[in-house]
Design a protein around this ligand. Structure first.
Ligand SMILES: Cc1cc2nc3c(=O)[nH]c(=O)nc-3n(C[C@H](O)[C@H](O)[C@H](O)COP(=O)(O)O)c2cc1C
Length: 269
C-alpha cells in the first residue's frame, strides 16, 4: 500500500489570518447569504475597509487576487437557477492564477474576506453562477495568466437575529460530513463551524475525518464546472482554521497525498 506523505503548507497567508480567527469564528455563526440589497452605495469608511482587506489578501501573493468593484450595472447579475440578485452596490471579484489549487485558495481567502465583511455588518453572498462573466471586462482587468473564479457581492440589507439565522440555515448533520465518532467536544465544535460554511447550491461537498491526530479533508469528487467543489472545500478549510485557533487547538493546513486533499495538525489533540 502506498504510504501517504505530508507535503508543504497549503496557504501562505494562513498564519497571518490567525490574528482575526476569534472574531472570524464568531462571524461564521451569523453570516448568511443576502440576495436583496438596499441599493445604498457603500459608505466611504466601509469602502476604505474593504479596499484594505483586499490589499491585505493580495499581499499574501498566493495566486489569488481580490478586486473590489463598486456601482456595477444591475444587468451584471442574473438568476442562473437562483433567486435573482437585486440592489447589489458592490462586489469582490476573486481571480486566480491558472494553477492546480486555485479554487481551494479562492474559497479559503474569499471566506476570510466574507467573514471580515460580516464583522462590519455588511451583508454578503458568494456568487459564481449569477454573474455575467462576459460583462466583467467592463469592470476589471484580468491578465492572461489569471481566471475569474468567483465573486462575493456585498452591501446593506436585512438584519436577522442569530436565532433566525441558525433556524434558517439548512445543513447536513455532522455524521454526514465527518467520518467516525466525534467524542472530543472541541473537535465537535470545530466541525460545527465547518458545517456552517457556505457552499454553491448548498451542497456541502466536504468530507472530514480524524487521522493520526490530524483533521483530514478528502479531495473533491467533482473537479470543474461552474461550481467547482474545490472552492467550497477551501471555504470549509478557512472555517477549520478560524475555529481551531479560537478553540485553542490551532493547526496548519498541509497538502496531502492519497485520497486526502490536506491535513490540519491540531496542536492540542
Ligand atoms: C462558491 C459559491 C458560489 C455560489 N454561487 C451562488 C450564485 O451564483 N448565486 C446565488 O444566488 N447564490 C450563490 N451561492 C450561495 C449559496 O447558495 C449559499 O451559500 C448556500 O445556499 C448556503 O446558504 P447560506 O449562505 O445562507 O448559509 C454560492 C455559494 C458559494 C459558496
Amino acid at each position: 500500500m502506498k504510504r501517504e506523505t505530508v507535503k508543504p503548507v497549503f496557504f501562505k497567508g494562513e498564519t497571518a489570518l490567525r490574528t482575526e480567527a476569534e472574531a472570524g469564528y464568531a462571524a461564521s455563526f451569523v453570516r448568511f447569504s443576502t440576495r436583496h440589497y438596499s441599493a445604498e452605495p457603500i459608505s466611504a469608511p466601509d469602502r476604505e475597509a474593504v479596499d484594505a482587506l483586499a490589499v491585505r489578501i493580495n499581499a499574501f501573493d498566493d495566486g489569488i487576487r481580490a478586486v473590489p468593484v463598486y456601482g456595477a450595472a444591475p444587468e451584471l447579475f442574473e438568476s442562473f437557477g437562483y433567486t435573482k440578485l437585486s440592489g447589489v452596490p458592490a462586489f469582490l471579484a476573486i481571480l486566480g492564477k491558472r494553477e492546480k489549487f486555485a479554487d481551494v485558495k479562492a474559497g479559503f481567502y474569499g471566506e476570510a474576506l466574507c467573514l471580515a465583511l460580516t464583522r462590519r455588518n455588511l451583508k454578503t453572498c458568494w456568487v459564481s453562477g449569477s454573474i455575467k462573466k462576459q460583462m466583467l471586462k467592463e469592470y476589471i482587468e484580468i491578465s492572461r495568466d489569471e481566471r475569474f473564479l468567483t465573486s462575493i457581492v456585498f452591501g446593506y440589507g436585512e438584519n436577522r437575529t442569530p436565532e433566525a439565522i441558525a433556524e434558517r440555515r439548512k445543513r447536513k448533520p455532522l455524521d454526514r460530513i465527518f467520518a467516525g465518532e466525534l467524542t472530543d467536544e472541541r473537535t465537535r465544535k470545530l466541525m460545527t463551524c465547518v458545517q456552517n460554511a457556505p457552499s454553491a447550491i448548498n451542497r456541502q461537498p466536504w468530507q472530514y475525518a480524524k487521522e493520526s491526530g490530524c483533521l483530514a479533508v478528502r479531495k473533491p469528487v467533482i473537479p470543474g464546472g461552474p461550481f467547482p467543489e474545490a472552492l467550497d472545500i477551501g471555504i470549509s478549510m478557512l472555517h477549520a482554521t478560524f475555529a481551531g485557533e479560537a478553540l485553542g487547538m490551532a493547526g496548519v493546513w498541509k497538502k496531502a497525498d492519497g485520497g486526502n486533499l490536506a491535513v490540519f495538525s491540531m496542536s492540542a489533540v
